[in-house]
Ligand binder design. Structure first.
Ligand code: 9UX
Length: 72
């Protein structure tokens, strides 16, 4: 079954930043959908918990160069 997670993403200053965050998330296994909102510093992710965890997604955002925290 799928799950949803909302992250705050700090450090995105343009839409290309949002694009690289989205790409970094979608590169992971088990991602159904990733939507990045640069204006509100949020990333909304729908994923399959048997393949990927919130923490792995958070780390992928951090590895892309942004500060990420799980909100819900
Ligand atoms: Mo453009 Mo966004 O270099 O940091 S990708 S500002």
């Amino acid at each position: 079954d799928e799950a949803a997670a909302l992250f705050s993403v700090i450090g995105m200053t343009c839409s290309a930043c949002a694009g690289s965050v989205e790409k970094a998330i979608k590169r992971l296994p088990g991602i159904r959908q990733a939507t990045v909102d640069v204006l509100n510093n949020r990333a909304h992710v729908i994923f399959y918990p048997s393949f990927v965890t919130e923490e792995t997604i958070r780390e992928a955002i951090e590895d892309a160069g942004f500060e990420a925290a799980l909100l819900s």
